[in-house]
Design a binder for this molecule. Sequence first.
Ligand code: SIN
Length: 347
Amino acid sequence: MPFKRPVLALLLAAAFAAPAAHAQEAKPGVTIYATGGTIAGAAKSNTDTTTYTAGSIGVQSLIDAVPELKDVATVSGEQIANLPSNDITQALLLRLAQSINRQLAEPGTHGVVVTHGTDTLEESAFFLDLTTSGSGKPVVIVGAMRPATAISADGPLNLLQAVSLAASRQAEGRGALIVLNDRIGSAFYTTKTNTTAVDTFRAAEQGYLGMFIGTEPRFYYSPALPTGKLRFDVAGMQSLPKVAIVYMHEDQDNEQIDAAIRAGAKGIVLAGNGNGSVPTVVKKRLEELTKQGFPVVRSSRTGSGFATKKEEGIGSGILNPQKSRILLMLALSQGADLARVRSYFNG
Ligand code: SIN
């Protein structure tokens, strides 16, 4: 007897029931924290990739622009700020880290993504690396070099790759990660190296941790954390001690160092010449400050390499000036004395 149409429909539905149920399996929960930047930037023309307004588009519009996100994760968005990254403050960073830690403690959350302007992205990413991901859950920081209105905008794919990464088991236990331009970098090491190019984020010595094949993350190595990586608890903290960065050059004197101290700096980072070197007159001042227990971290303006141990002041090790400032602020926020600060940088 021929099947009546409804019966045939039921049989067909039953035949496809297994894959359909599989397709409906709950996706990993990923929260996107939007802070602004070029990824949320808008310009008057689609060829304008330099004079746009960063931080113009809200988190829901970023999510709506990439419907494919729902294929990889159950996504929710939170607008933490909508600023150019040059206006990110330490108060905002503390609020962001505290929100992320609360979210990561939720069993339904697999990971988080932070959208951020690229100019200071490495500073926030390094801060989050040191203050979140105690659980090993993925914390992914993503930006874009072209505004959302640009022809060939890089933001949508960067965001989809970042969410795919935050939803991936492979991303666990690696510290905070930076995603741009099909690459995965360690937030501990990665820095911005070019003013306008889309392949600007690099770690000169350490390279990338992995890449994307389409939207699928592919790591080169098993999970590992950077040598000497520390973790700071910032729960309930409202502010951090002020740390200034002073740039060294030929014929530099002590005026800016002393001005920074008068203005309330509790520590100073030098963008030193070569291996954290300074003119003799500055070295003498550093000798006095070291005797007083005042921390001066000597990093390098060269852009890569290791600033070795120093008698006068503290060699920054592998950290560039902007990352050294973040670590020094966090160290001082815990009441670390000179010996402890030295161990953090030289560890
Ligand atoms: C910014 O850092 O907010 C502007 C530049 C960028 O996101 O690429």
